[in-house]
Ligand binder design. Structure first.
Ligand code: S3P
Length: 449
């Protein structure tokens, strides 16, 4: 868990050219799902390339507390002996999901249709985030919830002893909500239907099919209609987790804004529901190429090559692309600061309920470093200062948000004066090797303990 210890201030000084190979860790979304679905299968699921960040480790502990046997074999290799759909045990202590919205929301879904009671908590960031978006549909299955005001953690969920399947239209574009409903549907008899108006990351659908569940996806005028047949026997899988495009975003964006850089980021998952940032960077004129395109474990994968790009231009990022790059807006706003002209980002209200209010957090930090930001409820705009024009010299708050901390560390690689964050500790939630990986490429990061 992050955010419980002493803050670790970090400073990023103008970097040498970034060169070399950046092997980023496994995908966070797929890592959580591998552990959770592995815990529901009958037999042993083997996972390689699991992200060993705090968020995922908290999910591993939770699955263990609910009866699965989760074993770390070292080097990113894990195994999970599952208990079967409907076989989860009631944990004998509070489940602490640390900083992880994905962890808590998916685990709420998975237990909500079993006759067990679970109390959830998290760190100061997670305990501020809205949970009603998940507990509302879980109530339709028959689960009961008692939490703090505003639907916040800590919260206790009493799972439905006799769940009924539901048909639910997800009111916000959220893969976590969609996945929570699908995972709850696993232990409800009959068909659970989830409708999403905007496509969000589809790892749950792909992985449920991989584990042998009966699941169909149809594109209709109403949106994507996902139908899952409950109470399947899930078959254990061998899963190779692809590297995380959301983590790849940091070395890629750092190379684009740091003079003389040329960085290869191999083996990145490019599922179209995740790859919006890379299209946006190319639209801005970034020298970013996809090499060695291939398919691994049912997901498109490529090696990304990013070179210093002093001629990038601000663009209007299409709102329909938002879901496919929702975690990447903070670092995009950094790149936009080094482009020429204005970058307009619309349809991004969800940024306000992430690990922090990411529009507010980035706006404050970018302003502290001399960049002009305009913002509204569901949009923001960055006026670029060109490749050598960003002053820097500011200290930014990371608000217990890993992606805010990493974005400002990337920013300092190209600014005139160093950029500081008050607390880099949250980086360990998703990218525990961020500092050695970036310094290995040529970044100058300084950590004061
Ligand atoms: C995730 C979904 C997204 C994303 C998060 C991971 C997932 O959240 O921001 O980092 O693995 O399902 P929302 O569902 O809130 O959009």
């Amino acid at each position: 868990m992050s955010g419980h210890g002493t803050p670790i201030p970090m400073t990023s000084h103008r970097a040498d050219p970034l060169t070399g190979i950046a092997e980023v860790p496994g995908d966070k979304s797929i890592s959580h799902r591998s552990l959770i679905l592995g815990a529901l299968a009958v037999g042993e699921t083997k996972i390689s390339g699991l992200l060993e960040g705090e968020d995922v480790l908290d999910t591993a502990k939770a699955m263990q507390a609910m009866g699965a046997e989760v074993i770390n074999h070292g080097g990113g290799n894990w195994s999970v002996h599952g208990v079967g759909v409907g076989g989860l045990a009631e944990p004998d202590h509070v489940i602490d999901c640390g900083n992880s919205g994905t962890g808590v929301r998916l685990i709420m879904g998975v237990m909500a249709t079993s006759p067990i009671t679970v109390t959830f908590t998290g760190d100061a960031s997670l305990n501020k985030r809205p949970m009603a978006r998940v507990t509302d549909p879980l109530a339709l299955f028959g689960a009961q919830t008692v939490g703090r005001s505003g639907g916040r953690l800590p919260m206790t969920i009493v799972g439905a002893a006799e769940p009924t399947p539901v048909s639910y239209t997800v009111p916000v574009p959220s893969a976590q909500v969609k996945s929570a409903v699908l995972l709850a549907g696993l232990n409800a008899p009959g068909q659970t239907v989830v409708i999403e108006k905007e496509a969000t990351r589809d790892h749950s659908e792909r992985m449920l099919a991989g584990f042998g569940a009966e699941i169909t996806v149809e594109d209709t005028d109403e949106g994507r209609v996902i139908t899952l047949t409950g109470q399947p026997e899930l078959k254990p899988q061998v899963i190779a987790v692809p590297r995380d495009p959301s983590s790849a975003a940091f070395p890629v964006c750092a190379a684009l804004i740091t003079r003389g850089s040329d960085v290869l980021v191999p083996g990145i998952g490019l599922n179209p529901t995740r790859a919006g940032l890379f299209t946006t960077l190319q639209d801005m004129g970034a020298d970013l190429t996809f090499e060695n395109m291939r398919e691994e474990g049912g997901e498109p994968v490529a090696d990304l090559r990013a070179r210093y790009s002093p001629d990038m231009k601000g663009i209007d990022v299409p709102p329909e692309r938002a879901a496919s790059m929702i975690d990447e807006y903070p670092v995009l706003s950094v790149v936009a600061s080094f482009a020429t002209g204005k970058t307009m980002m619309t349809g991004v209200k969800e940024l306000r309920v992430k690990e922090s209010d990411r529009i507010d957090a980035m706006a404050r930090g970018l302003r502290a470093n001399g960049v002009m930001i305009e913002e509204g409820d569901d949009w923001w705009a960055v006026t670029g200062l060109g490749p050598d024009g960003v002053p820097g010299g500011g200290t930014c708050e990371s608000f217990l948000d890993h992606r805010i901390a990493m974005s400002f560390m990337v920013m300092g690689m190209g600014t005139q004066k160093p950029v500081t964050v008050d607390d880099g500790a949250p980086i360990a939630t998703s990218f525990p090797i961020f500092t050695p990986l970036m310094t290995g490429l040529g970044a100058r990061l300084e950590t004061s303990a």
